[in-house]
Structures are given as C-alpha cells and as structure tokens.
Design a protein around this ligand. Sequence first.
Ligand SMILES: Cc1cc2nc3c(=O)[nH]c(=O)nc-3n(C[C@H](O)[C@H](O)[C@H](O)COP(=O)(O)OP(=O)(O)OC[C@H]3O[C@@H](n4cnc5c(N)ncnc54)[C@H](O)[C@@H]3O)c2cc1C
Length: 462
Amino acid sequence: MQPTQHTTLLIIGGGPGGYVAAIRAGQLGIATVLIEGQALGGTCLNVGCIPSKALIHVAEQFHTTQGYSNNSSPLGIKTQAPTLDIGQSVQWKNGIVDRLTSGVGALLKKNGVKVIHGWAKILDGKAVEVDGQRIECEHLLLATGSKSVDLPILPIGGAIISSTEALSPTSIPRRLTVVGAGYIGLELGIAYRKLGAEVTVVEARDRILPTYDKDLTLPVAESLKALGITLYLEHSVEGFQASSKTLSMRNALGESQTLETDQVLVAVGRRPHTRGFNLETLALAMNGPAIRVDNRCQTSMRNVWAIGDLTGEPMLAHRAMAQGEMVAEIIAGKQREFCPTAIAAVCFTDPEIVVVGKSPAEAEAAGLDYISASFPFSANGRAMTLESKSGFVRVVARRDNHLILGWQAVGAGVSELSTAFGQSLEMGACLEDIAGTIHAHPTLGEAVQEAALRALGHALHL
Ligand SMILES: Cc1cc2nc3c(=O)[nH]c(=O)nc-3n(C[C@H](O)[C@H](O)[C@H](O)COP(=O)(O)OP(=O)(O)OC[C@H]3O[C@@H](n4cnc5c(N)ncnc54)[C@H](O)[C@@H]3O)c2cc1C
C-alpha cells in the first residue's frame, strides 16, 4: 500500500456531474481529487449526448444529399447519389469527442484538480482506494452515473448491441431492429434509417416516447412513417436467434411473431450505476434504484454527496452539471440548494421535441387553473424556409395572473428554443412579458411570441 493521501473533496466519476463539480471546487480553492475509471467526460462526452448528436448530424447530411440526388427535394439542387464512408464519419465524431474530453482535462488541470485514472473502491464515508492507494477526504462526492439496462434475453455481444456500439459503427447493417422507443432508441433508429438501414422499432408500450404527451409525439410518429421505419407497438421481444438472424416477439394478445434482422439495438433505458465499487458499505438511503439525496444533494450520510444519473431521473447531463456546481459551492460554504423551476428535456429526433416545465396534463394534475395555447410552425415563415412543415410551440400559464408554467415544442431545430423557455420560467415571466418582447424576424422564436399572444387571445399571424 502506498502512503495515504488526504484531500478536502474526493469525487468518484468524471462525467458532466463530477468534472463540473471538480472545476468549480478548484475555482473556489478547495483541494480536490477526481477519480475516473474510463475517460473524462463520462457517458455524455464519450458515448452519449455528443457522439449521438454527431452521428445524427452525419445522418441528416447524408439523407439531405440523397434527397438532392433522387429529385425528392424541391430546392432545385441536383447531385449525384452520395456515398458514405462510415469509418471517416466515426473518425470525425471521435475527433469531436477527443477535443472535448482533452478540454475537460485541461480545465481540471488549470483549476488545480488532481485527476487519478483508475477504478475507485469505497472504504468508508471518508476513504477510498484506487490502485492500491488510500485517499482520505472530508467530503466524498459520488458521481458514478448510469448504465444501460440489460435485457437478459438479449445479452449484448455480436449482433446485439447497446447505444455505445451503435455510436461507433464499422458498417451500417442492412436491417436494424431497435428495441425500445424512448429517446435514445428513436434518435439512433432515425439516424440509422437516414444512413441507409431498414429500421424496425419494437416497443412494449402502446406508443412511442411514452413520457411525452401525445400531441408532441404525433409529428415524430408521422416522420417515422414517412422515413419508412416500421413500428411494432405493444410487442415484447422474447429472444434473438443469431444463426438465423431471427428476433422473436409477442403482441398484446399473446401471439408470437418473428422478424429477420442483422442487428438488434437494445435501448430500454438506463439505471443508476451503484454496483461494483463497494457503495453498499455506506448503507445509504435509496430512492428505488437511485441514491436518495436532499435538496442540497446530500445523501443520508453526513458529508457524502451524490449527483447526476446516480440520483435518478431526470437523467440528463445539464442536471448533473448544475448539481455538481452547486455541491462544490456548498462545500465552499455558500448557501445553495437545488430547486430549479424547470429542467428542459430534449429529444433530438426528427422532428425534435423540447419540454420545459408543466404540460397541460401536469398543470391539471397539480390542480391548477391554467390556460394553454399553441402556435403551429405551418404559419411561421422561418420554419417554411427550413422546409419544416410540422410541429408547434405550446405555452401553459396560470389563468389568474398569467404566470408561465411550461413550454412544449415539436419541430425542426426546436432544441435551441429550450434556452428561451428555461429563462422565461426561471425569471417568472408572464404571458404579457413574452408577448411584449420583440422577437427577431424571421425566426422560429416568433412562434414562441405568437403562442403567448394566442394564449392572451390575440395571435397576429393565425
Ligand atoms: C446515447 C445517449 C445519448 C444521450 N443524450 C443525451 C442528451 O442529448 N442530453 C442529455 O442531457 N443527456 C443525454 N444522455 C444522458 C447523459 O449522458 C447523462 O445524463 C450524463 O452523462 C450523466 O452524467 P453523470 O456525471 O451523472 O454520469 P456519467 O456521465 O455516466 O459519468 C459517470 C462516470 O463515472 C465513472 N465511474 C463510475 N464508477 C466509477 C468508479 N468506481 N471509479 C471511477 N470512475 C467511475 C464512469 O466511468 C463515468 O465516466 C444520453 C445518454 C446516452 C447513453
């Protein structure tokens, strides 16, 4: 055993939660050690948010160019049929990942954080072991993230892949079946379809993106159809026979069915990563599969903190980052708590979906007297110039004082509206504030203003 090291803050996990906590702690002069077993940046930078958006961009460009080559685009652009060098696409994606992860390394160094590459094992609430080295700390921050949920009937290997393998393809399969119609399955399924695969999606529930309301998911369902993606709802997968490339499944009536497919992508969700590093030894209070934390991200043990996916839903990178920043500030003695008015969630499907705050159903369930209005992109000039015909922006506000409770949108490029939506909620904006703000023309944002105007009863362009 090497001599024991001491630090004020010890962070396990260098994903967006852990590395942001470390940077902020370093800025605040807290002696910080961060232990990461794989690569800095965690799921998000290496096998999640960033690589998936890179692959979606490649797919979009390829698909658009294909439209130019087969005369299905109305723009008057003509090209030869494009070819795809997927090896080069993956290399480009890896270049972005490398740039970002080495940037994180540089920021940690600049802020005086000591990074140890290795797998941490918890010894107790104030001590961790990594590669035979004992490190003692005053504060232990757990940021070990999440793992894909495995289906025992579809063990990852060979033709059965998880999102991690799907993000680094060596070739595009002729036929891909995606198990799970959540956001990860659909983002990747749509990308693979645009890259040329015949894609089938199998979902046990009765609709796609079950956590989003139907009005929002309908344009995505229509787009799946238009892209030629086959969808089996209320079907449960029962197994995959590699020799015959046959996936077997059963419908809600119990009837069995088979599908021939070259690859199966399992995307049935993620669970907090709580196993394999001696977490049990702390006997922390749990919240289902996640670690229970209070509104300061403190666990049931004093000076043991937990952030990010490890603490459960919503498992989103920006939530993990915000929690990480807050915990560092609390340890530095600042008065902070985690009480966002809303956390935006985005599906980078085609079209994109963004939700921030309460939907009409959630406002109803909360017993609020609310008004809701939407404005369609079919009446928005900028959407037309982007060839985007489907989708809308919807606002939900209190009836009495017009305080905005939530925003939802579906359409091309709406992910970028999440900023305006989040700001209006955090700043306590009312419908009149948004309706009275001059929105630049021509932008998709005008639909935001028009939705607010419509809720007030006087939309201008409808
Ligand atoms: C395909 C895909 C697409 C996604 N797209 C989006 C998106 O568009 N937007 C979004 O907000 N979120 C997205 N997510 C989710 C997002 O990646 C996570 O919410 C985010 O990464 C969580 O951050 P975290 O810091 O909690 O954990 P992670 O990013 O999972 O990081 C945890 C880190 O801890 C390390 N670790 C674990 N145990 C130990 C140990 N014992 N010792 C040392 N190190 C350890 C791991 O190696 C890992 O690097 C996506 C996820 C996937 C899989």
